[in-house]
Design a protein around this ligand. Structure first.
Ligand code: ADP
Ligand code: MG
Length: 442
């Protein structure tokens, strides 16, 4: 293989292991801890070092030249002292495994690089982008010079133009380029996160200012009725009506505040493993009075236990917001069906109503803060909160709707490990034999 080809192969490995793998980790939807991320990045840089060594330029028998010091330097600088030690250990171990006279210069260089890494890594990580580029490329250049000096003075290897090219030009310039790309990727990701946060802050502050207004209205209504009941002689019939309206208004205020709080501070604080069947049963219990009032028949098949991880209060609120919307879409009766099933490794909750449905425009706006077609009755916060909760639980939601036919919500949530679920189900069913006497859903 010619020198250029090996060089390009080395560059390819460096791009994959130093740029692509860390980028994929940053962008992965799975939340990894800092230690996990660092471990993956270190292992990835280690693989980069080994790959570079597998494709060396053999100029002299027993001596191999390649770009191995780039992943070692870049990985060590970004990874800190533990990562530096691991990477240098990997370099030495693999080099000893290959054998040949070049083992000794590698051992000397390994120690030199490690000492530099230990001294520089902290300063490097606290520096600006420009300083990082300077530190990285100068470091690389110094290491290149030391390599040539060691080879020449200790091992009597003459410095050929190709050695100068590899160590004084290619190594520093590739290091510079790699650090530059890593920095740009990093900045873009941070910027993106900031943007999402800023957008959310905007919504939250908008919500906060409107919330006092939204809550004041129902309070004023309730106050008015109470005052009327106190001051005037109202008939029992009227009194009952006033109380009914007052309760509805208080519920409304409560809804607004609860949705707002979940949206503004949606931490999963009391995470536990729960059986979705139980949560659905509670939700159905809560909505059944409203369903009866609207002449809505509740149908469903939720007789199987599925275990998911999250906060029961939040998932209940999410399901409640969605099912309430379904009931509100069927003022003249209809059917609301709820089904659960397993699709691959996910739980699918299917909630279907036979209500008025949505137009395409409405469907595309669902979940937007304040989007409501219910006028004064609506808050436009229910779906936004529901979607936020599902996202927090690492799930997703699809909505299909046909005008005048009805709407179906498909909620997908990650299932907890099957083995665990089975144990939990067994415990659950033995407990439930005593407490459950009937199921309200057919
Ligand atoms: P609200 O219920 O206060 O209007 P939501 O955020 O809960 O606010 O819902 C927003 C809008 O989405 C509703 O006003 C309605 O137009 C539409 N929508 C939600 N669910 C349904 C459904 N099941 N059928 C028809 N339209 C729906
Ligand atoms: Mg709603």
């Amino acid at each position: 293989m010619s020198g250029i080809e090996t060089f390009l192969i080395n560059i390819f490995f460096i791009s994959v292991f130093l740029l692509l793998v860390p980028l994929l980790i940053e962008r992965s939807p799975k939340l990894l801890s800092v230690t996990q991320k660092k471990t993956i990045v270190t292992v990835s840089a280690g693989l980069g070092i080994i790959s570079c060594m597998v494709f060396p330029i053999t100029i002299l028998e027993g001596f191999f030249f390649d770009l191995r010091w780039i992943p070692a330097i870049v990985g060590g600088l970004y990874g800190g002292v533990p990562a530096s030690i691991i990477l240098i250990a990997i370099t030495l171990a693999f080099r000893i495994l290959i054998g040949g006279g070049g083992i000794y210069p590698t051992i000397i260089m390994g120690v030199v690089v490690l000492v530099f890494l230990i001294i520089l890594t902290k300063t490097f990580n606290e520096s600006s982008r420009k300083k990082k580029l300077i530190i990285g490329s100068c470091f690389s250049l110094v290491i290149g010079i030391v390599v040539l000096v060691v080879l020449n003075s200790l091992f009597y290897i003459s410095i050929s133009p190709s050695l100068i090219l590899v160590y004084l030009i290619l190594t520093p310039s590739t290091t510079l380029l790699v650090i530059y790309i890593i920095e740009v990727i990093h900045e873009t990701i941070i910027l993106n996160e900031k943007l999402i946060k800023a957008e959310k802050m905007e919504v939250v502050s908008h919500l906060a200012s409107s919330i006092s207004h939204e809550v004041r209205n129902p309070l004023a209504v309730v106050r008015g009725f109470l005052q009327m009941m106190e001051q005037m002689n109202v008939s029992d019939e009227k009194r009952a009506e006033f109380l009914k309206i007052s309760i509805a208004e208080i519920d409304r205020a409560n809804d607004i505040i609860r949705n707002y709080l979940t949206f503004a501070k949606p931490s999963l604080e009391n995470i536990e493993i729960m059986d979705i069947r139980e949560e659905l049963e509670k939700v159905v219990n809560m909505i059944s009075p409203l369903a009866n009032m609207n002449c809505v028949e509740l149908k469903g098949k939720i007789d199987q236990s599925y275990f998911i991880k999250g906060e029961p209060q939040l998932i209940q609120q999410c399901l409640l917001n969605i099912t309430k919307n379904c009931l509100e879409a069927m003022p003249d009766g209809g059917t609301l069906s709820i089904k659960t099933s397993q699709v691959h490794k996910e739980l699918r909750i299917e909630i279907t109503d036979s209500g008025q449905g949505m137009t395409e425009e409405q469907l595309s706006r669902i979940g937007e803060p304040y989007f409501t077609t219910k006028g004064r009755e609506g808050t436009g916060l229910g779906m936004m909160t529901a979607i936020q909760i599902i996202k927090m639980m690492k799930g997703r939601i699809n909505v299909k709707s046909k005008l005048k036919k009805g709407t179906t919500f498909y909620i997908f949530l990650p299932l907890v490990d099957k083995e665990f679920s089975e144990v939990a189900a067994a415990i659950n069913s033995s407990e439930q034999q005593f407490t459950r006497d009937h199921s309200y859903i057919t």
